[in-house]
Design a protein around this ligand. Structure first.
Ligand code: ARG
Length: 590
């Protein structure tokens, strides 16, 4: 990584001038405006400020000790003390050749690998996965893939909602009105039906509610029959989850559902009570504000008509049952003891942000030492909207089931593929439709800044034009077709071993963009934002298109041809790798 080499040498030069400087704060980043150079460092300005030095003088002194002449043209000091670096064309070509030889792909493994637990997807038993689940599942999977690629140790954990008061009603329904045949055909639909009926009955009739509660109490007490039914419900739900994960290509290291933590919940509450963190309130046990945060930032307070009122976190209900919060506290405790992670990342809907803020603060009060050693992060995201700007629904106003959505994506893609290639065999058309359809949906979900809501649009996400998966998949397939056309005569070995020169500005621009792949991957992990990679890949395809327009590849000869084939080859590899970590497949031919 050229920029890392520059950064390392800049740090060495800084160390000579300022022996006490914190070198890890010295960075070299892509230059926002290519007019000024390829990379830039503004770190000296901060160092000078801390020391009340003249920043331009510091830059001059550091520059005198800095030798990057092997990779850069003359380094320039700009503005208040920026350093601007422009790469030598030969250094760019060298990096591209090394990539072509398979020595790297413009990124390097992290020098300090971190252990990170990623909690994502986490659907609830007995309910269908709906369109919203694509968000947590897709973003979480992209993050685990990027982080793994960079050499971090990832523990992905699907925190399935397999416990809670809903099981009282479900048990009652199962025992009294279950339609076995319907269960065989579509278990989730049947479980939903049971729940809806019993829930309505409970709303109308307190005696019915009491019955459901009794079923729950029996389940909680370990009653053999109820436990067996509950396990059956989990089993049939898991089949549905696994089908969807299989289609999406998503894998978890663990699927420790909420019920896994049941044995520890009582202890958690007792410990919170003993330490004075939780207290009794209207028969329940709750955690209140400790008053250390300004009210506006305190998640344990809500503003009601201008007054701050308590908004405690419940950890035990008045009926003795435990809460979502209690399970999450026990979960952090378990994860820390089991995996000693540096970080736990929760990829969950932004609407749960108050829950996570309360959770993290409560954990810090409960286990202050452990809390100091782990970074707890809520990676939130916004909603998927329909054309009307309201949450995306089916025509009849129901939530869109994820399985149906994926079916529709493939169906629509199949129509498009068939229009374009009516002569292709059906199996081939179906395979293209699968890759393009699923890729389109996933990419459209990863592309917006994760916290913004976005409008779901089939036409946009399946379009061959614009910032879409099909556009990138097509760009990849097009490059691969160049190699097929090049045929036997131009073996891959030939272009990989020749020395290349980057003569045309379009060649150089493409090559320089390739160099920034690793920086982009790191930026994705810095703030958990896969959209940065989407944009990078889209730009890459753009640079490639410009290059391909200006520079004939197969019609070129000799060194030019070899250089251009090399650029094609590594561009295709970066596209493929980049899409792969977004969880998106490519095809050799489309
Ligand atoms: N099952 C929850 C829901 O559907 C999401 C769980 C997220 N993870 C967690 N540790 N709280 O809302």
């Amino acid at each position: 990584m050229i920029h890392l080499g520059i950064e390392r040498r800049l740090r060495e030069a800084v160390a000579q001038i300022l022996p006490d400087a914190t070198l890890s704060s010295v960075h070299v980043r892509p230059c926002p405006d290519p007019k000024f150079g390829d990379y830039q460092s503004n770190s000296l300005m901060a160092l000078a400020k801390e020391r009340k030095m003249n920043p331009r003088q510091l830059a001059t002194d550091v520059l005198a000790k800095l030798d990057v002449s092997d990779t850069c043209e003359k380094v320039e000091i700009a503005g208040a003390g920026f350093l601007n670096f422009r790469l030598k064309v030969s250094a760019v070509a060298e990096a591209v050749m090394a990539a072509a030889r398979g020595e790297h792909l413009f990124f390097s493994k992290s020098a300090q690998p971190r252990t990170i637990v990623i909690d994502f997807s986490s659907p609830n038993v007995a309910k269908p996965m709906h369109v919203g689940h694509i968000r947590s599942t897709g973003i979480g999977d992209a993050l685990q893939r990027v982080l793994r690629l960079l050499g971090h140790k990832i523990i992905s954990d699907n925190h399935i909602g397999d416990w809670g008061t809903q099981f009282g009603k479900l048990l009652l329904g199962w025992k009294q009105i279950l339609d076995r045949e319907a269960l065989e055909t579509d278990a989730i639909v049947e479980l939903e039906r049971l729940y809806k009926i019993i829930n309505a009955e409970c709303d109308a009739n307190p005696a019915r509610l009491e019955e459901a509660k009794q079923e729950l109490v029996k389940l909680q007490a370990g009653d053999a029959e109820n436990v067996a039914v509950w396990k059956d419900m989990i089993r049939v739900s898991q089949i549905q989850f696994d089908t969807i994960y299989g289609r999406l290509g998503v894998k978890f290291d663990h699927e420790l559902g909420e019920s896994f933590y049941n044995p520890w919940l009582g202890e958690v509450v007792n410990d919170l009570l003993t330490r004075g963190i939780a207290r009794e309130s209207e028969g329940a046990i709750a955690v209140f504000s400790d008053g250390t945060l300004p009210p506006k930032q305190d998640p344990f307070l809500v503003n009601r008509d201008g007054e701050w009122a308590a908004d405690p976190a419940l950890v035990r209900k008045s009926d003795g049952g435990f809460n979502y919060m209690t399970t999450d506290l026990a979960t952090i405790d378990y994860r820390l003891k089991t995996w000693s992670p540096h970080e736990i990342v929760y990829v969950v809907d932004d609407r749960q942000s108050p829950h996570f803020r309360k959770l993290f603060l409560t954990f810090a009060r409960w286990q202050p030492d452990a809390a100091k050693k782990v970074k707890l992060v809520h990676v939130g995201f916004g909603k998927i909207l329909g054309d009307d700007g309201k949450p995306f629904k089916t025509r009849s106003g129901d939530t869109v089931k994820l399985g149906d959505l994926l079916d529709e994506a493939e169906d629509r893609a199949l129509k498009l593929v068939t229009e374009k290639n009516p002569d292709l065999a059906e199996a081939a058309r179906r395979e293209i439709a699968r890759v393009v359809g699923l890729g389109g949906v996933k990419y459209a979900d990863l592309l917006p800044n994760r916290q913004s809501d976005y409008v779901f649009s089939w036409d946009k996400m399946l379009s061959m034009q614009g910032n879409t998966a099909p556009y990138l998949q097509y760009a990849y397939a097009r490059i691969r077709s160049i190699f097929r056309k090049a045929g036997e005569g131009t073996s891959n070995i030939e272009h990989r071993t020749s020395n290349i020169e980057l003569k045309a500005p379009e060649e150089l621009a493409l090559a320089k963009h390739l160099l920034n792949f690793g920086l982009t991957l790191e930026a994705v992990t810095d703030d958990y934002r896969p959209n940065l990679l989407c944009n990078y890949l889209h730009e890459l395809a753009g640079y490639f298109a410009t290059f391909y327009e200006a520079c004939p590849v197969l019609k070129a000869e000799g060194d030019d041809r070899a250089a251009r084939l090399t650029l094609c080859d590594v561009t295709a590899r970066v596209l493929k790798q980049g899409l792969d970590v977004l969880g998106i497949e490519v095809l050799e031919q489309m």
